[in-house]
Design a protein. Structure first.
Length: 404
């Protein structure tokens, strides 16, 4: 086409008009003075959404990931070797303190008891014989002593009688020692026989615990101290988390903890911080925190993953705005406050404090009424606004629910 073609001129004019309109829509509100457009014309009100400013308590919380552990656990093992005849409990069974949980083949130990009883019987017979011999030796010594005084017995006869008496006394002591030895052997044999009845015993005030693991079955031959069962205490249960230096100083024994676990979605459990490690692990630069959680129904199990929330600090009376209301202007943080007539906004710089679930504590001047939560990029200090009817009604409902 030749230059000056009417179609090209028309297309150029239309394109320039579209570009001008788009530029005014995007840049006009920021180039005008508050409330005024170029040439003194009024700026178009910017559509925004607002929310009420709250006044009330807010808490700083931290949530840590961790897992559950049993309060106490121990492995039940026999003190003697033998073949397992019966295992009387299984996983998840409740056991009482001192309850027999397994039995070993005891034939060998019964025979050992019988042998010890026989040995003791022989030793007691020898003791009785030694006692009788000493009695006879004592009588003979007294008779010889009497005859010596009367001049009938000689000194050599008296010495022989004395020596016999002393020998019988020594034999009696040896027999007594032998009897004590075999009594001890019999007691040891009975103890070993008793070890074939494997019991679950523990210290502490709780009378019942739970079987967590079973390691053997009937018929297996086991050596002394071979693990048979693991028994745990599940009430209370212990939660373990690890924290960094940032949160360590804010945690104290006795603080309340709220826990959740994937096993029970939507349900919370309450516990308390019980122990705080005095050292940090070098590999992770984290410290171990132990929490105690009541678990009377044993619903919580060792090994479950948990989310533990701890309230670190609380402000009883704070100014709270939605996190969406925070706006950056010239490297400063602030909010746009809606005027009393609801037709313009005022910029207020704030200092941000505690953040809690989309709510933020702020401090500053003139923080009352409502704040802009959507549309901040369209306004400046003093800019006119318009609030959609639905947004206005929603803000009114929040105000009626106690938001100031």
């Amino acid at each position: 086409m030749k230059p000056g073609n009417p179609k090209i001129i028309l297309l150029t004019v239309i394109l320039l008009g579209i570009l001008a309109a788009v530029g005014w829509l995007f840049f006009g509100p920021f180039q005008n003075q508050p409330g005024q457009g170029k040439g003194g014309r009024a700026q178009q009100p910017a559509p925004v959404e607002v929310a009420g400013i709250e006044h009330g308590p807010i808490a700083l919380k931290r949530t840590f990931s961790g897992e559950l552990e049993a309060l106490a656990e121990f492995v039940v093992a026999p003190k003697v070797s033998g073949r397992v005849e019966r295992v009387l409990v299984n996983i998840a069974d409740t056991v009482r303190r001192g309850q027999v949980v397994a039995e070993l083949d005891n034939d060998e130990y019964v025979q050992a008891v019988a042998q010890a009883q026989a040995d003791l019987a022989v030793a007691r017979a020898n003791l009785s014989e030694a006692g009788s011999s000493l009695t006879i030796a004592n009588r003979e010594f007294k008779r010889t002593e009497s005859l010596l005084k009367r001049g009938i017995a000689s000194d050599s006869e008296f010495d022989a009688a004395k020596q016999t008496q002393l020998a019988k006394q020594a034999q009696l002591k040896v027999a007594e020692a032998q009897a004590m030895k075999f009594e001890s052997a019999l007691e040891s044999a009975n103890i070993r026989l008793g070890y074939t009845q494997v019991t679950a015993g523990w210290s502490g005030s709780d009378e019942q615990r739970i079987v967590a693991e079973r390691y053997v079955d009937e018929g297996q031959t086991v050596a002394a101290n071979t693990p048979l069962l693991m028994i745990v205490d599940l009430d209370p249960i212990v939660g373990i988390v690890f924290v960094t230096e940032r949160d360590y100083a804010n945690l104290k024994p006795g603080q309340t903890v709220t826990l959740t676990t994937d096993a029970y979605p939507g349900e919370t459990f309450t516990g308390r911080i019980d122990r705080i490690a005095p050292v940090f692990r070098k590999a992770t630069r984290q410290a171990r925190i132990e929490m105690t959680i009541d678990n009377p129904q044993h619903r919580l199990k060792p090994g479950m993953f948990i989310q533990a929330s701890v309230e670190l600090t609380r402000v009883a009376e704070a100014v709270i705005v939605p996190e969406q209301a925070l706006t950056e202007r010239d490297d400063r943080t602030g909010v746009f406050i809606v005027s009393d007539n609801g037709q313009s906004v005022v910029w207020r710089e704030v200092v941000v404090g505690i953040r809690e679930g989309g709510r933020v504590q702020v401090t500053g001047q003139g923080l009352t009424g409502r704040v802009v939560v959507i549309g901040q990029q369209l306004v400046n200090d003093g800019s006119p606004i318009t609030i959609p009817v639905d947004a206005e009604a929603d803000a009114a409902r929040r105000d009626g629910a106690g938001v100031q």
